[in-house]
Ligand binder design. Structure first.
Ligand SMILES: [Zn+2]
Length: 333
């Protein structure tokens, strides 16, 4: 059997689910999720990476869409989150069943059999809550499945690794602990991408549900501030969570799908087979590997993983099954 056949089989058996794409930021300024786009900038820089036609061409089964609000306050951030959710809901209504909400467990698993791509949301930064916890339940019902404690600014819950007002020695605050609890009771997982080392350690200490890293890399492959060292890799794995590998070349330390595969392989070897996942950060103002610029090119990553002699079963976990295990458990599990 040829390698192309093996790639096609792995993709068909494990329709990928990506943990992080920031496409709603584009939708706020008129980007139509249901139409096929061509990135306007050379090397597909910065955005126009994800839309439903290209997700389908790539064989994707699901995508987590990032809800981003400004670290500098202007306007009502809670309202901004709700506007972004509404834009995606409106696209789903117009999609003829092609785009469906994964607001409840089991929805990701069911989508490919219905010819659909399932979406859920990740909220990037607790500053979006404006100090409130009451919106979480309603947002969870509309598909919010994880919350990144910090984005690019210090907020009421904690402090980022790098960003406005960071204080590296500060960790999770009292309100941050209440936030972790509120998220868990709304079945929203807590994400420590962007968090300072101390904030991350505090979340890992207090969380009772799996903790995730939605988009990042590993320091063992490319040492840089945002990437996880092996202690952090193992700590996240111990919670039963997943870690999504980002495709931004500055985090990867390289410009090919094979470098993404190297980060995924290291997560597997250091943290176990239940840990690695995809967390592209497409549409998140990044520069990507030259052969992984949009969802239609996901086969290049699968080929790179198979070329590393990673068993198909493990590749399937990286593409899909680990995310399903963490996010698609039946209620009460
Ligand atoms: Zn981010």
């Amino acid at each position: 059997m040829s390698r192309d056949d093996a790639v096609a089989r792995v993709l068909a058996e494990h329709p990928p689910i990506d943990l992080h794409a920031d496409t709603p930021s584009l939708m706020r300024v008129g980007y139509d999720f249901l139409r096929r786009h061509r990135p306007p900038l050379p090397r597909a820089a910065l955005g126009y990476h994800v839309d439903l036609p290209r997700l389908r061409d790539g064989g994707f089964g699901g995508i987590f869409l990032g809800l981003v609000t400004s670290p500098i306050r202007f306007g009502d951030r809670v309202a901004s989150v709700e506007r972004q959710i509404s834009l995606v809901e409106s696209a789903a209504r117009r999609s003829g069943g092609g785009l469906v909400a994964a607001a409840s467990p089991g929805a990701f698993a069911a989508a490919p059999g219905r010819g659909a791509v399932a979406y859920a949301f990740g909220l990037e930064g607790a500053h979006a809550l404006e100090g409130r916890l009451d919106p979480l339940d309603g947002w969870a019902r509309r598909g919010l499945r994880y919350l990144t404690v910090t984005h690019f600014s210090r907020n009421r819950a904690g402090t980022p690794r790098v960003g406005l007002g960071m204080r590296p020695d500060d960790g999770l605050t009292g309100w941050g602990r209440a936030l972790v609890e509120a998220c868990e009771s709304s079945r929203i997982l807590v994400d420590v991408a962007h968090a300072s080392v101390r904030t991350r350690a505090d979340v890992l200490a207090v969380a009772s549900a799996p903790v995730i890293v939605s988009h990042g890399g590993v320091a063992a492959v490319h040492p840089m501030w945002r990437n996880l060292d092996d202690d952090a890799v193992r700590a996240v794995a111990r919670t039963g969570g997943v870690a999504g590998v980002i495709y931004g070349t500055q985090f990867l330390g390289g410009d090919t799908a094979d470098v993404v595969a190297a980060h995924l392989e290291h997560l597997w070897r250091a943290g176990g087979e239940d840990l690695p996942a995809l967390g592209s950060d497409w549409d998140g103002l990044i520069f990507m590997p030259r052969d992984l610029r949009d969802p239609t090119q996901i086969g290049n990553l699968v080929a790179a993983l198979l070329d590393r002699r990673i068993p198909e079963r493990i590749v399937g976990k990286m593409l899909r099954d680990n995310v399903l295990r963490v996010f698609d458990r039946p209620v009460g599990d």
